[in-house]
Design a binder for this molecule. Structure first.
Ligand code: TXE
Length: 496
């Protein structure tokens, strides 16, 4: 039995999960994961072959056609989803531990994400029972109309490394509530919790073939999934570059796409805001998951008259936030996912300085317990045309831009190809609502940031993606609408 406060003696090895059962590695290669925070090998997953992917898609299609899930009552689907939620809660310590070792995120955060994940399964169980269509009784005496929803079919689910378990939970239970079947490919860096989820779903009574996991790299397994002609929908969360590839590859069979891509999310702070609250929210929004978060509020747009005061408050919070070993329950900010990613993030700091920004805080890597951490960093004097204000950095780097009027704040906020999320800080309700309406972002927060849950949909405007996940919206996304006209009485013949 693993002691969850200590590092494992040897990497935990996983098979992959097909047609309701574990498949052992056999002659395939391992993909090994080193804990970004500790520099030791923690897990091994199988580098699946394209033949394994074929087996997964075939198992899924078989399950879908059999009706064993797609045709059962919503109540039966709800029963499985509720048992899955209990299964997640029962294994919370275990899932959180491997999630932290693979991602580098603080254990307290992993635990709260796993609890939140269970909540999604419980909520989706309710939606499974309430999903319904429409009836048209206004088509005249000889006609009735119905609109029904039915599951689309086989879904390919490709997920990233930053929130491996909660991103799954924002999708799987809603896809299952709709009656669909799934072939999932987690990130090659963070596959453990997806594999554990497959076991939990099987134990919860999900029929075989309804949820399958094929582990491997994006360039082979991921790309093959996007091109696959027997996958009806592809749900992809990841970088914009790969999102474009997914879009092009989907032409193979014109599959439906749900894309959640990057964000360069503005935090707009007006002079009348509660600045203490705003500073705390901004620091949380930036440092949550060490900034490796698609809705990270990394682009601070602050009214000029309070910029100095806000900067003081931010620097004070940056000094006091607890960085370090993610297995320590007190740690608030953990490690960068890979050395390459850390290098990229630090490269942006240099680029910002070269383009004329001032390094007001941080800007360095630091080593505790191993050197894969980046200090909370503040760049001031930033203009919106600088690279650091335009690109998604995906690290704990905050850029500060000043404004004088509401129009100017909105213009700066919207001057980006991305539109995933935005936060607005003000005590003036009119100002908050007017700004909220004009900001081009799929998720908008007023006097808070990164709030979420199963009820409200997630997804982006502009190049941040398409489609919506979670809640009723997330279930509807994975259904086809069918229109049915029913003629009443004797037909008036066309050919007399
Ligand atoms: O993402 P990738 P990466 C952004 C963030 C980050 C950058 C790169 O800016 O710095 O992307 O991260 C699979 N066909 N986000 O390189 O490569 C891959 O195996 C099909 C934002 O890790 O997009 C993994 O499972 N799939 C984002 C998933 O895609 C492919 C979260 C994501 O990997 C593939 C993560 C291909 N050709 C990164 N190539 C967010 N919105 O939260 C790779 N994959």
């Amino acid at each position: 039995m693993q002691d969850y406060s200590k590092l494992p003696d040897a990497p935990r090895a996983f098979g992959f999960h097909l047609d309701g059962a574990w498949v052992p590695k056999g002659s395939r290669d391992w993909i090994e994961r080193t804990s970004p925070a500790h520099g030791v090998r923690v897990t091994r997953v199988v580098h699946c072959t394209l033949a394994d992917l074929e087996s997964g898609v075939r198992a899924a299609r078989r399950a879908f056609r059999s009706g064993v899930w797609s045709e059962v009552a919503g109540a039966a689907r709800a029963g499985v989803l509720l048992k899955a939620a209990s299964g997640i809660r029962a294994r919370l310590d275990e899932i959180a531990y491997w999630e932290t070792l693979e991602t580098g995120k603080p254990i307290s955060q992993s635990r709260s994400e796993i609890g939140g994940a269970a909540d999604h399964y419980e909520y989706a169980a309710g939606v499974a029972r309430t999903l319904k269509g429409d009836a048209f009784n206004n088509l005249g005496p000889d006609m009735m109309g119905f609109v029904t929803r039915q599951p689309i079919g086989v879904i390919g689910l490709i997920t990233p490394w930053n929130f491996p378990f909660i991103i799954l939970a924002e999708r799987i239970p809603y896809m299952l509530a709709a009656g669909c079947v799934i072939v999932a490919k987690p990130s090659e860096f963070t596959s453990a919790s997806t594999l554990i989820m497959a076991e939990i779903l099987t134990e919860a009574g999900l029929p075989k073939g309804v949820f399958n996991v094929v582990t491997g790299y994006g360039a082979d397994i991921g790309q093959a999934m996007t091109e696959h002609e027997d996958i009806d929908v592809l749900s992809f969360t990841g970088s914009i570059g790969v999102g474009r590839k997914v879009l092009l590859a989907s032409a193979s069979n014109l599959k439906k796409l749900s894309l959640e891509l990057g964000g360069k999310n503005p935090q707009i702070v007006f002079a009348d805001a509660d600045l203490e609250d705003a500073a705390d929210g901004i620091v949380f929004g930036l440092l949550f998951n060490a900034g490796q978060c698609c809705v990270s509020g990394s682009r601070l747009i602050v009214e000029r008259s309070v910029a100095g005061r806000l900067e003081e408050l931010l620097r004070d919070k940056f000094d006091r936030v607890r960085l370090g070993d993610p297995l320590d329950p007190k740690t608030q900010v953990g490690a960068m996912v890979t050395p390459e990613h850390m290098k990229k993030v630090l490269g942006y700091v240099q680029k910002g300085i070269e383009e004329g920004a001032t390094l007001a805080h941080g800007g360095q890597s630091y080593g505790a317990p191993c050197v894969q951490f980046v200090q909370p960093t503040l760049l001031t004097g930033v203009r919106n045309d600088m690279t650091v204000a335009r690109d998604e950095i995906f690290g704990p780097i905050l850029t500060m831009i000043e404004f004088d009027t509401l129009d100017e704040a909105v213009e700066i906020a919207n001057d980006n190809i991305l539109g995933l999320a935005a936060s607005i800080w003000t005590k003036d309700l009119d100002k908050a609502m007017k700004t909220m309406r004009r900001v081009e972002a799929g998720r908008t927060w007023v006097n808070t940031t990164i709030a979420g849950g199963p009820e409200l949909p997630i997804g982006g405007f502009k190049q941040s993606g398409s489609g919506r996940e979670t809640g009723v919206y997330g279930v509807e996304e994975y259904t086809e609408l069918k229109s049915i006209h029913i003629a009443l009485g004797k037909r008036e013949h066309w050919v007399g």
